[in-house]
Design a protein. Structure first.
Length: 240
């Protein structure tokens, strides 16, 4: 029996679980030609696979995994599933794979949306960005180095201490690097509020972040304003 399924059976029976899974994985029970969960598990990640929303919510509420990967069909079910997972584990980061183009705008229910086709490397990078860094561990994003636990950022030979909200904003934008993100979605996910009419706080945080990231904050190339769409973070100067 697969270790993930054995752990889940132990959880249902009230027995001690052999390991503390870092990634909760929700996918259909019907076998696929390509199993992303199996590929990620082979990279030495502890992956807990479940096959229905109720089981996923129960596990999320009890075990508090930092990341959940949602791979469900049809696409219309994604928002319902993600909303239920949010209620079960509000701090858990959600990655939706095989999402439809434009789904993020419609639902805004996950940190990362990966639309097929994508490489296993891109999926692994997305998971790595959402997992909390170990103590004393820096995470590299090109020339930018980030220490989430210490809230420190290194860039161009300078080190900066970030406020908790500034760190959350930066992590949110890094997870969507190269893609325009609406101001409404940023406020909803970073500030966790539906009150999106007053954007002054967001603009102030964007300006502060630009002073850290940009060579010339008045003419940004890394964190740009995209007219009619919001903001786009692009460390290599390119955007979709």
């Amino acid at each position: 029996m697969h270790v993930a399924h054995l752990c889940w059976l132990q959880f249902l029976r009230g027995l001690p679980i052999m390991a503390d899974p870092k990634i909760l994985w929700l996918e259909p029970s019907k076998a696929r030609k390509t199993s992303y969960a199996a590929q990620v598990a082979r990279r030495r990640y502890a992956v807990q696979v479940v096959h229905d929303q109720r089981a996923a919510c129960r596990f999320a509420a009890a075990q508090h995994p930092p990341v959940c990967v949602v791979d469900v069909a049809p696409a219309a079910a994604v928002q319902r599933v993600c909303s239920a997972l949010r209620k079960a584990a509000p701090k858990m980061r959600i990655i939706v794979v095989q999402a439809r183009v434009g789904m993020e705008v419609a639902s805004g229910c996950a940190e990362v949306f990966l639309c097929a086709p994508f490489t296993i490397r891109k999926l692994l990078n997305s998971i790595r960005q959402q997992l909390p860094a170990n103590g004393g561990e820096w995470v590299a994003h090109g020339a930018l180095r980030l220490h989430p636990a210490a809230r420190r950022l290194q860039l161009r030979g300078h080190e900066h201490l970030l406020s908790p909200k500034l760190l959350r904003l930066l992590e949110f934008m890094l997870a969507r690097e190269g893609k325009p993100v609406s101001t409404t979605l940023i406020v909803r996910r970073v500030w966790e509020t539906e009150y999106t009419s007053d954007l002054n706080t967001l603009h102030n945080h964007i300006n502060t972040l630009r002073k850290i990231l940009e060579v010339d904050p008045a003419h940004p190339h890394i964190l740009r304003t995209v007219r009619g769409k919001g903001y786009c973070l692009s460390l290599n100067g390119k955007a979709e």
